[in-house]
Design a protein around this ligand. Structure first.
Ligand code: ADE
Length: 225
């Protein structure tokens, strides 16, 4: 599964040029039996299988670059957001543990100070697609990875707002016109229009982000309108 889509496009180019690197470990290589099993039945009974702590621990111990936090992708984790992503982009490295089956034995999570991270309130069949999501979000913030270094900062989530609507040519498409302000060349008006649109969309679609934005805006002197 790795590097998967991260081997393409900007992230892929950055990977090949050494702006970031990826070390993958197959947990099965650390199994202790001839069937290469990494899981066992849950203590106390119940459905599904649980990943063994000894096998997971040995896999983690084998990681060459163990700088930075160890994260376990799990629907039980703290929700991934742009603040957390930005923090990870500032780490010297990150180790991602991808689980399968019902989950991982609690003891190895505790012993290795593993932080559980979720990419959303839905259940995937394994942690790998979640790890790809997390890596994509982090890698694009690394210095030198994005083509236009501004676009990372301009974006909605960096200000706590959803992005304003975008338009390009043709200025009239099937009778739908690009809003006049955007073709006016008046940069202050364009900036204000975009901010108003971003605010309107955020308030309508994401009351949680909107409440946080209002709170932050009131706390930062000079940020109010
Ligand atoms: N593994 C399974 N579901 C997941 C989710 N929503 N987030 C992170 N890891 C997962």
């Amino acid at each position: 599964m790795f590097p998967g889509s991260l081997g393409q496009s900007l992230a892929g180019r950055a990977l090949r040029s050494g702006l970031w690197s990826l070390e993958t470990v197959d947990i099965r290589d650390f199994a202790r039996d001839k069937h290469r099993s990494v899981d066992d039945t849950p203590s106390g009974g119940g459905a599904g299988m649980v990943m063994r702590p000894d096998v997971v621990d040995a896999a983690l111990a084998s990681v060459e670059d163990r700088s930075g936090p160890v994260l376990y992708l799990s629907p039980r984790g703290r929700l991934l957001d742009q603040d957390f992503v930005r923090g990870l982009a500032g780490e010297p490295g990150v180790t991602l543990l991808c689980g399968r089956y019902e989950g991982v034995d609690q003891r190895v999570l505790e012993a290795r100070n593993v932080v559980e991270v979720s990419v959303g309130d839905y259940v995937l069949s394994g942690g790998e697609p979640a790890a790809l999501v997390l890596m994509d979000a982090v890698v694009r913030l690394l210095p030198g990875v994005m083509g236009n270094d501004d676009s990372g900062l301009e974006e909605s989530f960096e200000q706590g707002l959803l992005e304003y609507p975008l338009y390009t040519r043709p200025s009239d498409w099937q009778g739908r016109e690009v809003p006049e302000v955007l073709t006016s060349g008046h940069h202050d008006n364009i900036r204000l229009w975009r901010l108003a649109q971003a605010e309107e969309i955020t308030e309508a679609r994401r009351p949680d982000l909107w409440a946080r934005y209002l709170k932050r805006r009131n706390e930062v002197p000079g940020k109010g309108r």
